[in-house]
Design a protein. Structure first.
Length: 256
């Protein structure tokens, strides 16, 4: 069909810009900001009254309900598993094993992200805030039949360092997984987070509010880091996690 030369033509769509940067999604930024606001506001509230913050009635009730009263009660594999996730085992996983493997499969941007999350977020959100707030940990109370921490601990109950670590782990691993695998991982991550909150209060190392807000702080700060690294991580997205891509071999040998 011939088009009438006098008929105005609809403007054609502009060609796609080669090498255009993919937009960062809003949800990691928004969720991270909200979570960090919760973390900071709670820290300020606790610092204002470290001996009896506004969550103390809930903390006392949960401790009386869940807290172990002897070392014999905590000697089981599940308790020790969560203990290791927040200590040497988790550090080896997130500082050596995961980044090392990512470097091997040439996803070095993802490796740098994991290292930045584990080392940077843990330092600022856990250790710096512990020193600033310096909330006392649960103490033994013979009259009420309550025990103090049943494992070695450092100073400062808020935030739970183990809680921060598991929050980092859950979000950082989600960031490097294929999108299709994330739904299953989020479920596993929720189990890990809930298990860590239970473990930290069961061994009387933290008040429950310290453990919950610690997980929120670690996860939220890592979400913000994920947003910052988003474009770099997308450049790694096509590289498989569990096998190296070999160069294509020619289908036919070259004649001599």
């Amino acid at each position: 069909m011939v088009t009438d030369p006098g008929t105005p033509q609809a403007p054609s769509a502009p060609p796609a810009t080669r090498g255009a940067k993919p937009p960062r999604p809003a949800w990691p930024l928004a969720t991270g900001i909200v979570g960090m606001l919760v973390f900071v506001l709670f820290g300020v509230a606790v610092a204002a009254n470290v001996e009896h913050p506004f969550t103390q009635p809930l903390d006392d009730w949960w401790r009386a309900l869940v807290g172990a009263t002897s070392e014999a009660q905590i000697q089981n594999p599940i308790v020790m598993l969560f203990q290791e996730i927040g200590q040497i085992g988790g550090a080896v996983l997130m500082v050596i094993l995961v980044p090392g493997w990512l470097f091997v499969i040439r996803r070095w941007r993802s490796a740098l992200f994991v290292l930045a999350a584990e080392l940077g977020v843990n330092t600022v959100v856990s250790q710096v805030v512990k020193n600033l707030v310096d909330r006392p940990r649960p103490a033994a109370d013979a009259a009420l039949g309550l025990s103090g921490p049943l494992i070695p601990v450092d100073h400062g109950s808020f935030p739970s360092g183990h809680g921060v670590s598991v929050g980092i782990l859950v979000v950082a691993i989600a960031a490097i997984l294929p999108v299709a695998a994330r739904r299953v991982w989020w479920i596993i991550g929720a189990v890990l987070a809930i298990g860590m909150i239970w473990q930290r209060t069961f061994v009387n190392a933290h008040w429950i509010s310290d453990a919950i807000v610690g997980v929120i702080g670690g996860a939220s700060a890592t979400l913000l880091l994920w947003w910052l690294f988003w474009r770099l991580l997308e450049r790694d997205r096509g590289k498989p996690l569990f096998r190296r891509v070999k160069a294509d071999q020619p289908s036919e040998s070259v004649a001599r």
